[in-house]
Structures are given as structure tokens and as C-alpha cells.
Design a protein around this ligand. Structure first.
Ligand code: IZC
Ligand code: ZN
Length: 411
């Protein structure tokens, strides 16, 4: 039995409860002063406060002195396109000349450019590259991460990506949740008939992915010039029948009705939502769909920011994630997303902590095991180079994670 004691925690701050936190609950965190956490075999055994040390704590195999700093749950990264070939820095000069994200995609670049480069890479090459990204994330405080396929767009290459994610989950300290996103762009040969591509995925690829345990969720890019609402519905219905959880990139650039569909289908999460309207928000609130907001993408694409305050007001559980990908967010720094949450979404530090822990966890089906610091949950924690959440949300551009703890081990 391996034991770990984190002592002398100036402030331990965490949401409580293994469920989506909506409305006023979004901003409810508990704060313990002069706290300690004892973990046994990677699971939290006891949390104490006011200078008390858990029984047996002083004899723990490893003792870490937090020296009065802030400790929170490990960050949960709820949305990444982690596995990809190449980069797309060549798009910046085009953007500066006025080309939009969708202009570049429509001209055969964008996602399709990354598809070519991902197809060219071996599984081993993709594994090594993605592993490096996960190392960076862990350093920045991320202990659980969602990762999507979607740069293969044919059976063999989509499976190659999902196999890479599965192997990373086995070998890397970060826990991964895999999402199949074959419906990321329309591949060559299906331009005139996107529904035929959807049917191929639903009837031929998804059953294989399900049988082989290669993904928990299916995601689709519902956007002008990509997949429309009817095609998205067909894809999601197919995925639901096979027992996948549902996600949808909705209302990112144009308000297409993807968020209304998400609520109607009771999708686990809807992503982006920059252009969402009142109808979409009402539907998501009714469907209990997590709003997976991606502020670094708004920043990078020079777009407005999703109406997070209105969502909280309407009782939509809000999560914040990075969207790490080579085209619309080449940053995997979730701490930067927290800064943007504070300044651009105007969320409180408490609401932001909920957004990057328990609500992100609920958005990827991990809320029972991670996302809060409570007895029985995984001992995934971050000791921050900060006394409180205000400092963490205010200072940007530095890595304030002083010590990351994953599954009861210092990393
Ligand atoms: O590679 O552009 N929005 N998918 C939907 C992306 C961005 C990733 C990319
Ligand atoms: Zn995305």
C-alpha cells in the first residue's frame, strides 16, 4: 500500500459532489484552511483542516509540504484534438490578409491539410508527438484529458488515431477519454453526398469502434459548409443507438441550430457555442447538456466570447477547455483558458474552478472518479504557486502549477 500526505495546505479549494454544477452551484466551492490530504493507493482517504494531520499521516511513504499554498483538484481538460500530423502556422499570414477559418477550409486547407499530414504519419510517430503534448499538459496541472480522432476521415486512419489514444491512456499518467470524430470534415469523394459518409460511419465504423472499446463518445462538426443539423442528427442518432455518449461542435462560427439539437438529443456536451442564441440555450438547459466553452479559440480566431454568464443564469452547466488543435487553438495551456474565463466570460474564480474540474469531468463522463477533492476520489491534485484562485485567474502566461499529484504520486 502506497501512501501520500500533502500537508500545510494554506487553502484547499474544491467543488463538492459528483454531478454537474449549474446556476448558483457553479460558484460553490468549499475552502479549507491549513488542510492536509492523505491518499492511499491513489485514492483520497482523509481530508483534515485547521492544522490537524490525518491519523497515520506522519508515517506516509511520501510527505509533501505545500508551504501554505493553494491546492485544488487536478485540472480536467474536456476538449482536445490531441493527435495530429504537422502544424498550420502557414495559415496565419492568410488570416492576417483577411481569410477566415471557413474560407481556408473551403479552399481545401484547414482540417483537410491536417488530414493529409496525419495520414502520412505512422501510429508510432503520432504516439510520440501526442505523448509530448500530454507531458506538457501534466506540467500545467492537467490530470484527465479528452482526445478526439477526426484527422483520418477514412476507416484505417481513424482507427490508427483511436489506437494511439488507447495506448497513451495505458502508458501516460494522464487519464484519457477517447472521442470518435470521423464527422470532422467531408472527405474527398463525399462532397456531393455527405449523408453517405455519415451512413458509412454509423453502419460500418462505429460498430467496430464500439466492439473494440476505442471510444466513449462520438462528436460531429455542425457548421456552415461542414455538416448541417439534419446530417448531425442522423450521426448522433446512430451513435446513441450503439451506446456512445454524444458531443457536438455547435454554433462555433455560424448559429446553425446545433446547440438546440444537442439539448434535444440530451448530448453530454456541446462545444464552442460562440454564436449560440436564446433558443439554443433554452434547449441545452432543458437537456442538461454541458456547455464546453473554449475561450482560447475565440482569442485565436479573433471572435467574440461565448455568453457564459447568460448560460449560468439559465442553469446550463459551464465547463472550460482548451480545444488544443493545430488550426484554431495551437495552445494546450488550460491555465490561460482560466484567465480568459475570468476576463472575457466574466466568471468568478470559484465558477472557473468548477468549470475546469467537476463540470469538465461531467462533460466527459468522469465525474464519479475525478473533478473534486473528496474521500473516495482519485488523488489528483495541484499545488499552485498562488495563495488563492484570484491570483491563479489573474496572472497569465506563466505556469503556476508548482507540484502536480496524479493518482497519489508526485509527478
Ligand atoms: O483542425 O481546425 N474547429 N475543428 C473544429 C477544429 C476547429 C480543428 C481544426
Ligand atoms: Zn474542437
Amino acid at each position: 500500500m502506497a501512501t501520500l500526505l500533502i500537508k500545510n495546505i494554506g487553502r484547499l479549494q474544491t467543488p463538492v459532489g459528483s454531478f454537474k454544477h449549474c446556476g448558483e452551484k457553479q460558484g460553490e466551492n468549499i475552502m479549507l484552511v491549513n488542510a492536509s490530504v492523505l491518499a492511499e493507493d491513489g485514492i483520497i482517504k482523509e481530508i483534515t483542516t485547521n492544522g490537524e494531520i490525518p491519523k497515520g499521516g506522519e508515517e506516509a511513504d511520501t510527505i509533501f509540504d505545500a508551504e501554505g499554498r493553494l491546492v485544488t483538484p487536478g485540472l480536467v481538460e474536456g476538449h482536445t484534438h490531441l493527435v495530429f500530423g504537422g502544424y498550420r502556422q502557414n495559415e496565419i499570414p492568410l488570416k492576417l490578409k483577411g481569410a477566415s477559418y471557413l474560407d481556408i477550409l473551403k479552399a481545401g486547407g484547414g482540417i483537410l491539410d491536417t488530414v493529409t499530414k496525419t495520414r502520412e504519419m505512422s501510429g508510432e510517430g503520432l504516439f510520440n508527438k501526442s505523448e509530448g503534448f500530454l507531458d506538457e499538459m501534466l506540467n500545467l496541472g492537467v490530470t484527465t484529458c479528452e482526445a478526439k480522432s477526426g484527422y483520418g476521415l477514412d476507416f484505417g486512419n481513424e482507427i490508427k488515431m483511436l489506437e494511439v489514444i488507447k495506448l497513451l491512456n495505458k502508458t501516460h499518467p494522464i487519464d484519457l477519454v477517447a472521442t470518435f470524430m470521423g464527422a470532422h470534415a467531408i472527405p474527398e469523394g463525399y462532397k456531393e453526398d455527405p449523408l453517405a459518409f455519415i451512413e458509412t460511419m454509423v453502419y460500418e465504423w462505429m460498430p467496430y469502434i464500439k466492439e473494440n472499446g476505442l471510444a466513449e463518445y462520438c462528436d460531429i462538426f455542425c457548421e456552415d459548409g461542414v455538416f448541417d443539423v439534419d446530417q448531425s442528427r442522423a450521426y448522433m442518432e446512430g451513435a446513441k443507438k450503439l451506446g456512445f455518449g454524444l458531443k457536438i461542435h455547435a454554433d462555433e462560427i455560424e448559429e446553425m441550430g446545433g446547440s438546440s439539437l444537442a439539448g434535444e438529443m440530451e448530448a453530454t456536451s456541446a462545444e464552442h457555442l460562440i454564436a449560440i442564441g436564446e433558443e439554443g440555450m433554452a434547449s441545452m438547459a432543458k437537456g442538461g447538456t454541458v456547455a464546453m466553452l473554449l475561450p482560447a479559440t475565440s482569442f485565436y480566431l479573433d471572435k467574440t466570447f461565448a455568453p457564459a454568464r447568460r448560460m449560468i443564469e439559465l442553469g446550463i452547466p459551464v465547463a472550460i477547455a482548451s480545444d488544443f488543435n493545430p488550426g484554431s487553438c495551437p495552445s494546450l495551456n488550460l491555465q490561460f483558458c482560466m484567465n480568459l474565463g475570468y476576463l472575457k466570460y466574466k466568471m468568478t474564480p470559484e465558477e472557473i474552478l468548477t468549470a475546469v474540474t467537476i463540470n469538465a469531468a461531467a462533460g466527459i463522463g468522469m465525474e464519479k472518479s475525478v473533478g473534486t477533492l473528496e474521500v473516495g476520489k482519485k488523488a489528483d491534485m495541484v499545488v499552485w504557486e498562488a495563495p488563492n484562485m484570484e491570483m491563479l485567474c489573474y496572472r497569465f502566461g506563466s505556469n503556476l502549477a508548482a507540484q502536480v499529484i496524479k493518482g497519489g504520486e508526485l509527478v
